[in-house]
Design a protein around this ligand. Structure first.
Ligand code: SF4
Length: 157
């Protein structure tokens, strides 16, 4: 039997410039009406102020994990989502938002107090270093064609 229930989709930003989700709004300009036949956009703070993270079919996450708070937020998203997709190179491999991972000893010394003050982790982490990731969409920002291909695959499940 075909499941006609709409997918519950959430879009989340960890530490980054939010460029991937901004670019996603550009993609929505072309595709959203079509996609809304198959999904409910239940969490996306850039366009609606509703904060419940619960029973998601698809979570799209951008940015890097830089603090314990980010870690807990990501774990909560994971435990409430059937599919979790890393959006963009920050989420996949920490760059460019996690460029402090490549700092030399002198540069690390310069930011040491800031890391402590703001309770940051010693290294910025990619999503897959903290939780299971089901798929990745490359690009900085995300590649439009790949995003559409991957996202529509999960919308049809
Ligand atoms: S991958 Fe690029 S566009 Fe996306 S959040 Fe990171 S810096 Fe911004």
């Amino acid at each position: 039997m075909i499941n006609k229930k709409k997918k519950r989709v959430g879009i989340f930003s960890l530490t980054c410039d939010e460029g991937c989700s901004i670019y996603l709004i550009e993609i929505f300009n072309k595709k959203l009406f079509d996609w809304l036949k198959k999904m409910d956009l239940v969490y996306f703070l850039s366009i609606r102020d509703k904060r419940e993270i619960k029973n998601l079919d698809i979570a799209l996450v951008e940015g890097v994990v830089t603090s314990e708070k980010d870690k807990e937020y990501l774990k909560k998203i994971r435990s409430n989502s059937k599919i979790l997709i890393a959006m963009g190179s920050c989420a996949i491999n920490t760059m460019p938002s996690g460029q402090r991972n490549n700092f030399n000893t002198k540069q690390l010394g310069e930011i040491k107090d800031h890391l402590k003050k703001y309770n940051f982790l010693q290294r910025a982490l990619a999503l897959k270093e903290v939780v299971k990731v089901d798929n990745e969409i490359i690009g900085c920002p995300i590649n439009e064609k790949i995003f559409i291909k991957v996202f529509e695959k999960y919308l049809k499940i």
